[in-house]
Design a protein around this ligand. Structure first.
Ligand SMILES: [Zn+2]
Ligand SMILES: [Zn+2]
Length: 327
């Protein structure tokens, strides 16, 4: 099968012709129809996340069709369309798994990181971590739901019930979560790179009530802020824009160092927290909500062979929405 392969951190992906993977116990063989590109893929490519499987097929926002099943894998039928997210396997027995926090499993394994992912024509996945995709979403449109949507949803959930939600970094996750927040009757304040008029126009088209640069102060204090850009300096900026008792949630897996800041920015019970990974419950809730909320995704499709160009466009901030590879 054709694949785009990471052989070493810091190197571009290489086109490869790999043997077809075989489904092991509990696994499905899936013909990939679309795989969205996540900023985490760039962090793995750049060597910012430790110990990836190498060589590695990146990609953890996979939409595909079941073409073969292990004898014990009967959750889906041949021909069913499924989505495969970042969380690829958990142990089920550690304290975190048993406590409903499988996203923090001590032995968790992740798609497109420790397990080969979706930058390929075929992939295998544990059926327990595959999800049905609503028919209202076409393959390419559905792909960004699998991480930008899911982890964005968890980020919003952990921000609490506040009405005024700031979103820093208006990329793939933000453009989906702004729609969810609006569906829930909240107000979205979108912060972009200073002077990024295109991103601000994009945010307003998705219902943001205010847009500005990340160095600007919103007209009213925020109840909570979500940070999707991998920029540590946004943490004190977001705290400064957040009211007493508010929460700043960091939604990414990697961030540049957070600069020191005066304690008064945290004082008055403001909270800074991160979000790690997702649970299957997050996936089920969000994938049921997305069609009901009328979520639309903005996508830019690239042929699989042009994965390096798509990654470069994401790195350069040239995208309004999500890049999606199509084999
Ligand atoms: Zn991701
Ligand atoms: Zn576990």
């Amino acid at each position: 099968m054709r694949a785009q392969l990471l052989t070493q951190a810091g190197r571009p992906l290489a086109a490869a012709d790999l043997p077809e993977p075989r489904p092991g116990p509990g696994q499905l063989l899936i013909a990939v129809k679309a795989c969205a590109i996540c900023r985490t893929d760039l962090h793995i490519l750049d060597g910012e996340l430790p110990d990836p499987k190498l060589p590695l097929v990146l990609g953890h926002e996979i939409v595909g069709t079941v073409v073969e099943r292990a004898p014990d894998a009967d959750r889906f039928a041949i021909g069913d369309r499924v989505g495969v997210p970042w969380l690829g396997w958990t142990c089920g027995v550690c304290d975190y798994c048993r406590g409903g926090r499988e996203n923090l499993c001590d032995r968790a394994r992740f798609t497109g990181y420790q397990i080969d992912g979706g930058y390929a024509e075929l992939t295998v996945a544990d059926q327990r971590y595959c999800f049905a995709i609503d028919p209202r979403f076409a393959d390419v449109a559905a792909a960004p739901l699998l991480c930008a949507g899911l982890i964005g949803y968890r980020t919003l959930r952990l921000a609490g019930e506040g009405q005024r939600i700031g979103i820093y970094g208006f990329g793939a996750a933000a453009h989906i979560i702004a729609q969810v927040a609006r569906h829930q009757g909240r107000q979205v304040f979108a912060f972009t790179r200073p002077g990024d008029v295109a991103a601000q126009t994009f945010a307003r088209s998705l219902g943001a009530v205010w847009t500005g640069g990340s160095d600007e102060t919103p007209p009213e204090p925020l109840d909570a802020a979500l940070i999707f850009a991998p920029v540590g300096a946004l943490v004190p900026a977001a705290l400064a824009a957040t009211r007493k008792g508010g929460t700043v949630v960091c939604g990414g897996i990697h961030m540049s160092d957070i600069p020191s800041f005066p304690y008064r920015l945290l004082w008055e019970e403001r909270v800074v927290r991160s979000v790690a990974n997702l649970t299957r419950r997050d996936a089920e809730e969000f994938l049921a909500l997305a069609p009901k909320a009328g979520i639309g995704t903005a996508t830019i499709a690239y042929p699989l062979a042009e994965a390096n160009r798509a990654l470069a466009d994401l790195r350069n901030g040239a995208l309004q929405g999500a890049a999606v590879l199509v084999p």
